[in-house]
Design a protein around this ligand. Structure first.
Ligand SMILES: Nc1ncnc2c1ncn2[C@@H]1O[C@H](COP(=O)(O)OP(=O)(O)O)[C@@H](O)[C@H]1O
Ligand SMILES: CC(=O)N[C@@H](CCC(=O)OP(=O)(O)O)C(=O)O
Length: 297
């Protein structure tokens, strides 16, 4: 499909690669964290394109790490059980039954689909949750209300990341594997936590000292009140957008994850449209500015 805002037609991969050499040199050996949002992965043809693009990045010497979401897929599974999900400030309220569904949908279904597609495209993907290698330690999130910080919301088993140990991801990268991470953490009593995938992607990019963080979603980027694409956003501009309600729902944790990574030293942080074929390759391998770039200052 054509990008609805920028009016960019789908590009042929060969055309992208013709421009790519300087970027392949620049990012050789660098880590690129790619958040693959549940809303960007609804079309099977685009999923196959995504997997091929990840393999291509690996083949030319970069180190892609995929963190996947699955909000719509979790919602569909809950609906099949006669349940309906609810969200507070972009976070799913997660009771014990919902947590079980989250674990089997993310780790059992979505992650394994992505692993299978990457392997089919010629890569060697390995699926991990935050439990594997003791990667993501979490605790129960204490969520303050955005409008009234004295008010707190109980969102159940939603996790706040305590620490990320990236050694399992690094070991896999060094061995030519492509890690595919589900956003599930574990607590002191070995309890499971549901963590927003954007937040995991932001923190993982930071601890891996990634060169780039790309968040693939189902909008052309961050939009202003009139639906116009904002190509560049600083921390201050983001505060204004939070304050006037322009950013809401799933975009709240996305921008938080993005800003956290930008402030912690990840060089380039982009929110881009995963519905555009090869959006990720266009962003990484061409000089085309694309989606919204999040800047620390
Ligand atoms: N200012 C904004 N610009 C773009 N999208 C926004 C904005 N505010 C809220 N959103 C919503 O955020 C959604 C993306 O977040 P989310 O649904 O969690 O996607 P993903 O599954 O990719 O993480 C968009 O589809 C849109 O509905
Ligand atoms: C706490 C919380 O909200 N967790 C998310 C985890 C999946 C996710 O983040 O999926 P997307 O990236 O597709 O939105 C959820 O349960 O939906």
């Amino acid at each position: 499909m054509t990008d609805p805002v920028l009016n960019i037609p789908p590009r042929d991969k060969a055309e992208i690669l013709a421009q790519a050499l300087p970027y392949i040199r620049k990012f050789h050996g660098k880590t690129i964290v790619i958040k693959y949002g549940g809303n960007a992965m609804t079309d099977p043809a685009l999923q196959a394109d995504f997997a091929e693009d990840v393999v291509l990045l690996k083949l030319v010497g970069m180190n892609p790490v995929v963190v996947h979401g699955g909000g719509p897929q979790i919602e569909a599974a809950l609906n099949r059980l006669g349940k309906k999900g609810s969200f507070i400030q972009g976070m799913r309220v997660t009771d014990a039954e919902t947590m079980e569904v989250v674990e089997w949908v993310l780790a059992g279904e979505v992650q394994q689909d992505i692993v299978g597609l990457i392997n089919q495209a010629g890569g060697k993907a390995v699926g991990l949750t935050g439990r594997d290698g003791g990667m993501i330690r979490a605790q129960k999130l204490k969520m303050a209300d955005r409008a009234d910080p004295n008010l707190h919301h109980d969102v159940g088993q939603v996790g706040d990341i305590v620490s990320i140990d990236p050694s399992v991801v690094k070991a896999l990268q060094d061995d030519a594997f492509i890690p595919v991470v589900s956003p599930i953490g574990f607590g002191e009593e070995n309890e499971s936590y549901n963590i927003n995938a954007d937040v995991v992607a932001g923190k993982l990019a930071t601890v891996l000292k990634a060169e780039k963080l790309m968040l693939l979603t189902n909008t052309p980027g961050v939009l202003d009140k009139d639906g116009k694409l904002l190509t560049n956003l600083s921390a201050r501009e983001i505060d204004d957008l939070f304050a006037d309600g322009t950013i809401s729902g799933g975009m709240l944790p996305k921008i938080e994850g993005a800003l956290d990574a930008a402030k912690s030293g990840v060089n380039a942080v982009h929110i881009i449209d995963g519905r555009v074929p090869h959006a990720m390759l266009l962003e990484i391998l061409t000089d085309q500015a694309y989606g919204t770039m999040i800047r620390a200052r």
